[in-house]
Design a protein around this ligand. Structure first.
Ligand SMILES: [Zn+2]
Length: 241
């Protein structure tokens, strides 16, 4: 019987990448900060240029830093946001491991609860922000600006729920939905007519949790029907080309 186990060789670049990642996640480097230069990293880690480059590439792929070129360039720490979540899910869409109906179903389960939580928490400032966003929904007729304007209320409600994980899920759901439907180029007033958020906002501001939940559910049910119709129209058009 062997008493020795083979040694797992850890690649130097993984080790460097992991240390850089730990430093970023641990707050040693904040969003917007520049990581030490290639030359400094070679010195600090006592490794080759190739190793440093590989390590930087891996944390760039992980969405932690962005590389800027030029004299003032380097690896800059990115703001960590919910977008990392939607990026990961986008990849699943591309691989056919996630579908639009699944996205819509998840929304139906989550957003009515989020509206309920927002109604519980709504402060006067948040009430104002909601009314403000609602009044700007018609500021542009140009697609896809209209989508951004008419998603604003959904984003605000997600922030009001008071749970950052739920907020991240809702926001990435909205981004994914936009990414997946943008090819349909839906006329905004067909997919999300004006004035649908008024009843939800009123319920949230009145701290009426039941009504906020029910109105959001009804809104999403209606939206999903509209989305299916628009998708069918788009597919018909594709087939006739
Ligand atoms: Zn809406």
């Amino acid at each position: 019987m062997h008493i020795f186990k083979p040694i797992k060789q850890i690649k130097a670049s993984s080790e460097v990448g992991q240390q850089l990642k730990n430093a970023i996640l641990g707050g040693e480097y904040r969003a917007g900060d520049k990581l030490p230069s290639e030359r400094e990293l070679i010195e600090l880690f006592q490794v080759s240029r190739t190793v440093v480059r590989e390590a930087i590439k891996s944390i760039e792929a992980g969405g932690l830093v962005e590389i800027r070129q030029g004299a003032m360039g380097g690896a800059f720490v990115k703001h960590l946001t919910f977008e990392r979540l939607s990026d990961a899910c986008n990849d699943l869409f591309m691989m056919g491991k996630l579908s639009l109906p699944e996205l819509c179903q998840a929304r139906m389960l989550i957003e009515p609860q989020v509206a309920r939580m927002a109604a519980r928490n709504c402060t006067p400032e948040q009430a104002l922000a909601l009314m403000e966003a609602n009044s700007h929904e018609n500021d542009s007729y140009a697609y896809p600006d209209t989508v951004a304007l008419r998603s604003e209320v959904h984003y605000l409600l997600a922030e009001m729920a008071g749970n950052r994980f739920l907020e991240a899920i809702v926001k990435s759901l909205l981004i994914l939905l936009r990414n997946q439907t943008i090819k349909f180029e839906p006329p905004t007033d067909e997919i999300h007519p004006l004035g649908l958020h008024g009843v939800i906002i009123d319920a949230v501001i009145a701290n009426d949790e039941d009504k906020a939940e029910a109105e959001m559910f009804a809104h999403l049910e209606d939206f999903n029907i509209r989305l299916r119709k628009i998708e069918c129209k788009y597919l018909d058009k594709q087939r006739s080309l």
